[in-house]
Design a protein around this ligand. Structure first.
Ligand code: HEC
Ligand code: HEC
Ligand code: HEC
Ligand code: HEC
Length: 321
């Protein structure tokens, strides 16, 4: 028996075993995810930094009318970057830099080139460069009842448990390297693809197709993939005909993300990944007689009901008969 025949024989017996279930699956999409990622474990006391008192007094919101316009006049580059970023409308210059008329800046100044004298006083504040600075808005420590004991956002607590934190990478080093104010996130494809690797494997005996698409979170992400309850990574597999069209009944999909019910009080599923963890979309279906290519994809959408998806990874496997 050649290796190929052996593979086919093993596959055929697998097919016989699952025949009933496969037939059902062929006409039904995969069930919605049902996994619930565990709550984060305790952080060793030795790795906990005491909360910075400056940060405690810094949030929330600055005085009314502080919309950043006065700063944009001179700080053109930061204003332009912020305006097209995910923070546009969410935070302005004063929210992050100003309290009671005092402008706070990170220390040391990130620029090596000598700068002109500021027309306003600048107070150096190292906490501006710490991950804890983002926590008041991206981490609320209170667990939601019914949501598997996890808070709505806990990006900072996740970050504390990652290889990124261990090697000294802060939220700022990944999201605004060199102090640019682009706040790259899921709107940046290159940045998003640095957060995971994907692998697709399929085998067929000529009548059925089995395989899987595996997505693994890398150390390029400094929290869970994805972190907030909302954004979703959609994994899908389709059989395509020779013209590249999806063949009916061959679509399967899975989701990496955390979905809550409409009220935001009950967790429907949580398949998010900490760096190093993987999610698998398993595929079993009859091989369509017109199938020329199997296509595996990873797409991102802003939330469960968003119609728009951004393609971030794709692989096509040609089926030879
Ligand atoms: C009239 C022009 C002008 C206005 C208005 C202005 N700045 Fe500045 N600012 C400067 C200059 C010039 C510097 C020093 C050079 C530099 O850092 O770009 C500076 C420095 C800074 C720094 C420190 C940079 C560093 O590390 O050296 C921060 C932070 C800052 N400004 C924030 C603000 C904020 C927030 C506002 C609005 C409330 C504002 N500025 C309004 C011109 C201005
Ligand atoms: C969401 C919070 C946030 C907003 C909004 C924001 N900044 Fe910043 N900004 C920061 C952080 C954090 C740093 C420090 C980055 C680092 O340490 O790498 C910084 C750095 C800077 C610097 C370099 C000097 C320094 O403090 O290190 C300037 C200048 C600056 N910001 C100006 C602005 C201006 C002008 C606006 C409005 C157009 C603005 N920022 C909006 C958080 C913010
Ligand atoms: C004053 C509150 C506030 C602060 C401080 C703040 N953020 Fe945000 N941030 C928001 C809000 C609101 C949004 C938009 C809603 C959302 O996507 O969660 C947002 C969005 C983002 C996004 C884009 C999300 C996406 O979907 O791609 C990133 C990335 C981000 N923030 C990173 C940071 C980092 C890093 C820091 C600290 C250096 C920080 N933020 C500080 C309020 C804040
Ligand atoms: C090692 C790099 C790295 C570090 C450190 C990091 N991030 Fe991210 N972040 C990413 C990447 C890559 C993505 C895109 C993939 C994703 O959504 O998980 C992302 C996405 C996000 C998003 C948007 C979508 C989501 O997943 O909810 C937010 C908000 C965010 N990060 C905030 C933060 C905050 C706050 C910190 C610090 C507590 C931080 N990040 C630390 C790399 C990093």
């Amino acid at each position: 028996m050649t290796r190929r025949q052996l593979g086919a024989a093993v596959l055929l017996s697998l097919v016989a075993l699952c025949a009933g279930r496969c037939a059902w699956r062929a006409s039904h999409p995969d069930p919605v995810e049902s996994a619930h990622a565990a709550a984060l474990g305790e952080l060793p006391a030795s790795t906990q930094a005491p909360p910075d008192p400056w940060l405690a007094s810094f949030f929330p919101a600055p005085a009314a009318g502080a919309d950043g316009a006065a700063c944009a006049e001179c700080h053109v580059a930061e204003a332009a970057a912020l305006a097209t970023s995910a923070h546009a409308g969410a935070a302005n210059c004063q929210t992050c830099h100003v309290r009671e008329g005092v402008v706070f800046a990170a220390t040391p100044a990130p620029s090596a080139t000598p700068l002109p004298e500021a027309p306003h006083a600048v107070t150096r504040q190292p906490a501006l460069s710490s991950s804890a600075f983002c926590a008041p808005c991206h981490d609320d420590a209170t667990p939601i009842e019914g949501a598997a004991g996890k808070p709505l956002h806990e990006t900072f607590a996740e970050w504390q448990r990652t290889p990124a934190a261990a090697r000294g990478d802060t939220c700022q080093s990944c999201h605004i390297p060199a102090g640019d104010h682009a706040w790259r996130g899921l709107n940046d494809k290159t940045f998003t693809t640095s957060a995971f690797t994907a692998r697709a494997k399929f085998i067929s005996d000529g009548t059925r197709m089995v395989g899987k698409l595996t997505v693994t979170a890398t150390e390029g992400v400094g929290h869970r993939l994805p972190s907030a309850a909302g954004p979703e990574f959609v994994l899908s597999v389709d059989q395509l005909d020779y013209a590249g069209l999806i063949l009916e009944g061959t679509h399967r999909e899975g989701v990496i993300g955390r979905r809550l019910d409409e009220a935001g009080t009950v967790e429907l599923f949580d398949t998010r990944l900490l760096p190093g963890e993987a999610h698998e979309l398993r595929y079993e279906a009859p091989l369509h007689e017109d199938c020329g290519v199997v296509r595996a994809r990873v797409e991102v959408r802003a939330n469960a009901v968003a119609a728009e998806r951004t393609l971030v990874w794709e692989e096509r496997v040609v089926i030879s008969r």
